[in-house]
Design a protein around this ligand. Structure first.
Ligand code: UDP
Ligand code: MG
Length: 324
């Protein structure tokens, strides 16, 4: 018999990207399943292995063997947190989808409150960090500055102190999937979609185990992606910097010509060097900004798939697309 889409839909999907999370996964699975089964038996837990180098995939397979609700998705290589999450959202079939980190920094138990907020008409319920345990001072300060800078640069209202931990309705997930961009900033993209988006304040926990998979380099990359996806203000600043320096150069030119006309050409090695290095530096800076945006264009124009799924391992699960 042919099943309709709705029969194939669990009420809840939980999507968690996992990169070298062997130490947290079992605990995560236990807590996430408990949070779901307290509400319904119709749920799935989509665990995306983002090209882990440890036992993560083994553990996902063994979880899928014993638990009918687990859907393991293995990416062919490491695509990064945002794309791994995107892959999970593609696979998830739920009427509502909760996106959450696998390291238990975001408590799965909030599912209940998020579901209730959605029952009252929210399209998205996002977790807003009232506090953050176990993060370095440096991370707290840079994250704080970043969210404030971002909100100044963009007209899309991207809520502060908000990660990707959120519950989304099927409609929002479907719209999200229509967005083809490669350098993804999920929390901003979901804000951009609009609808009724509600905050749920919570205490962010320390990692259950292991260390962060976001070293400084990845954090900077992430911040640049966020800004270039949601603002063209840096381009405008670049243009202004260019105009101001061109103006300064004109003044210098007039001054130089005047000096020359007075026949008093000075031995100006120092001022010359200063001007050359200053303007050279500014030009490279402006070119760099242009390059960031150009790079985005090139990446999107290539139109490659966002991620490559190596294999899917589902527990005896009713929600996978049946073979014809
Ligand atoms: N993650 C991923 N791919 C990566 C890096 C991280 O799937 O390349 C996952 C990771 O396993 C975790 C989530 O993304 O579930 C958030 O990463 P992490 O906890 O390291 O970031 P932080 O919380 O320190 O910002
Ligand atoms: Mg974390």
């Amino acid at each position: 018999m042919h099943q309709t889409q709705d029969q194939l839909r669990p009420k809840i999907s939980i999507v968690a990207p996992c990169y070298n999370e062997e130490e947290s996964l079992r605990e995560f699975h236990a807590r996430a399943s408990a949070a779901c089964s307290a509400l319904t038996s119709s749920y799935e837990i989509v665990l995306v292995d983002d090209g882990s180098k440890d036992q993560t995939w083994r553990i996902i397979e063994s979880l899928a063997d014993v638990s009918p609700n687990v859907v393991g998705v293995r990416l062919l290589r490491n695509h990064g947190h945002q794309l791994a999450a995107t892959a999970g959202l593609h696979v998830a079939k739920g009427e509502r989808v909760m996106l959450i980190d696998a390291d238990l920094q975001d408590p799965p138990e909030l599912l209940d409150q998020m579901m209730r907020l959605m029952d009252t008409g929210a399209d998205v319920v996002y977790g807003q960090r009232a506090s953050r345990d176990g993060e370095s001072m440096f991370k707290l300060v840079t994250a704080g500055l970043f969210y404030r800078l971002l909100s100044r640069l963009t007209s899309v209202p991207i809520p502060r102190d908000t990660g990707d931990f959120r519950l989304m309705s099927r409609r929002i997930v479907d719209l999200f999937m229509l967005m083809p961009e490669r350098q993804r900033f999920i929390r901003g993209m979901v804000s951009w979609i609009g609808g009724n988006q509600v905050a749920l304040p919570y205490e962010r926990q320390a990692r259950f185990a292991g260390t962060t998979k976001y070293p400084l380099k990845k954090m900077i990359r992430f911040a640049v992606d966020a800004i270039t996806s949601f603002s063209t203000v840096p381009l405008r600043i670049a243009a202004w910097v260019g105009m101001v320096t061109a103006g300064l150069a004109m003044v210098m030119l007039v001054y130089t010509l005047w000096q020359w006309s007075q026949n008093s050409v000075v031995a100006g090695w120092s001022s010359l060097m200063t001007a050359i290095t200053l303007f050279g530096g500014l030009q490279l800076l402006v070119l760099g900004v242009l390059g960031e945006y150009l790079g985005r264009l090139v990446n999107d124009a290539k139109n490659r798939p966002l991620f490559i799924i190596d294999s899917i391992r589902a527990g005896r699960n009713a929600y996978q697309v049946p073979s014809e």
